[in-house]
Design a protein around this ligand. Sequence first.
Ligand code: ZN
Length: 455
Amino acid sequence: MSLSRAIAISSLLGWLFSLSTPAAGAEIIVFDQVHVLPMNSVQVSPEQRVLRNQRVVVKGDRIIAVGSATEVAIPDGAMRIDGQGRFLLPGLAEMHGHVPPLVDFSGMPERYLNDVLTLYLAGGVTTVRGMLGHDQQLRLKDDIASGKRLGPTLYLAGPSFNQRTVTSTEQARERVQQHKREGWDLLKIHPGLSLEHYQAIADEANKQNIDFAGHVPEAVGIEQAILLGSRTIDHLDGYMAALGGFDKVLTAKDMAALIALTKEHNVAVVPTEALWQTIIGAADSEKLQVYPELQYMPARVIAGWQRYLRAASGSYYTGATAAVHAENRKLLLAELYRAGVTILLGTDAPQLYSVPGFSLRREIPKMTAAGISNYDILRSGTVLVGQYFADKDQFGQVKAGQRADLLLVDANPLDDLNVLYQPAGVMVRGQWLSRETLDAMLAEIAQARLAESKA
Ligand SMILES: [Zn+2]
């Protein structure tokens, strides 16, 4: 990058960040006259799902008050955001996301990491469960938490447990202890592990009080993964392998026992349905190529995705029977939902046409297609995530004491979830990003991509 362009970009960024920082002295921000979706932790009646004409007061990174204008005064010097006719809900989570390395040696643009963090925020994602740790990522997490860098709050799985990184049961246990010591939030399981090694990981994780989650290795199988305490099953991995659902039509009855086991052991699922349709060969690949959000991704990343589609020979690719496989997955998700299994919102961004933040608009319609209600889709990305991370912080609801991660939208998302995709503003840990700020940030990323393609 040329020096003049570097200066141009850094001055634009300076401008953006000054825009998003409240005026000096206005460390308190008030959303006024806004309809609130508190996303309660307990079941409430449909009428209680929206609180009309509320004031929500934010100080620092916390919500400090929610109530009517008669109950809550506007503190002196507060910055007021007019919420009239708008709806305020908790920021959303990406429960199976990825974050690029701090230092990248694969030829990505230097700014790619910041771009990914910005894209998450612009898509309304204020929390990311990062599902593959790498060097210095814990520092990145701290830098974001302390406000040195703008981005969603990160909770991070450590580097992969797979057949290459795990060589014996003793070494597996040491690796679990090491990840716990280093401060990772959970352990990432990949395919390839033997049952013996998986059992050692599960047992040690239990002793060390650290979660493990992710894939279901073939030699382990879904039943053992559930029994041994995988905190989440990501991608609905393992179910179709156990049920023979890759190429023959399944019924709800076929799935009932495994679903009951999932529920009984309180294991949550992160379906990543949109991505998985691409992986198994059931997506319309021409549609993927014209996703408008591709303008924000480096050419190198998109080329990699296109290569995957052309080769399409991954272990999960089911080719001619992809449509059957996809229908079975849809029924599985519907039945998991019906049984009351915890479903968490996740898309595996940025992988295979899942552009950070934007991928929610690809995933959510798949959840709707499986019969999940708008309210429960919102729960999957808010209060249920807060409950999942209850030992880390309080977030995922609009109430006093919660982390000030908020999404302001123009209409009631319970009527139409499409309003989520063009928020009037996003607040992350108390920092307000208005629509104008988000648009400027997005335009700046698209501009950089154009410039790179000409370089
Ligand atoms: Zn992933």
